[in-house]
Design a protein around this ligand. Sequence first.
Ligand SMILES: O=C(O)CCC(=O)C(=O)O
Length: 336
Amino acid sequence: MLPADYFTSLPLAERLYRQQPDLAGRIYSRPVLEFLRDGVVIFPQVLDPELLDRMDRDLEALPALARTSLLHGMIGIDGKAEHYDARVLRNLSLLGITDLREAGPGLKLNDLHGYFEAARSLAFADPIIHFLDELFGSSPGLIQTLTFWKSSEQSLHQDFSYVHHHSRLGHLAAAWIPLEDISDQAGPLVYYKGSHLLASDQFYDWGVGGILASRDSDPVTVAGYGPYLEALIEAQGWRPTIYLPRRGDVLIWHGALIHGGTPMGDPALTRRSYVCHYTAAAGHKALARHRVGDGYDFTEPPSLPETMRPRSLPSRLVAAAGRRLKGLMAAEATHG
Ligand SMILES: O=C(O)CCC(=O)C(=O)O
């Protein structure tokens, strides 16, 4: 995709804001206008404390569940190489990690909302969904969720380059939900207000003018992305904002906002947080979707690989009878 395609994929609200800000100012709510100006908006103390408590309980139980339950063991892992190599939660214990607080920065658990009701309700909390509905001009759809125990320590980036499971690339936003009060020593989120309003010559070139990263991107191009963003920030004079939220707050950021996870000052501190990425439901590429509150989810029910599925009683009996028959035939052959 080229910058020109990106601009035509933007929500009407943003196209209007870029071209006729006065008109946009008469149509949209204050939070949407703030988001269009800064690329970020914060809603203080809007999340139900009881829902956050339920999420806590699920997270506390998770390591034990992952060891004992095939299904929960299959929760996907992303992040730094040492965690990513485990692929699924169940394998973390093979790496000697049984307490997620000891896993170090970078560990992400994928799509907990597919397994746990509290995670699903949090991703579809009214303040988030109603804001996105106005921004996109249609019902939002959840693309993915990520759960962090500690800082991601992720270098500066813009989500649209990496998250593109949807046809209207410019319809992309994410919610950052603190699951605890965040310390400045825990590697908080950093972002650059205004950096989402890219001009057509400010996009990073991932190859022949394309603006999307891919697994096949050339390593030299991948390595050039961070320095490119640093130079752009410097040239534009964008200033960093460190986000130090309290549990109950929500931040929503634009898919083109430059942001990242800062290094941890104190490696012992947790920075439990939940990140949800959204697009407009109508532009998601998945065929199936189901309604959750006023939004849509595309997640398939979690399933197990064939080799890990516990076998049913009849198939175990047939297998046992087969083994017994084989044994009898072998004994017959020896004695005969
Ligand atoms: O929470 C963080 O440290 C960064 C998260 C992030 O960059 C993302 O999910 O796109």
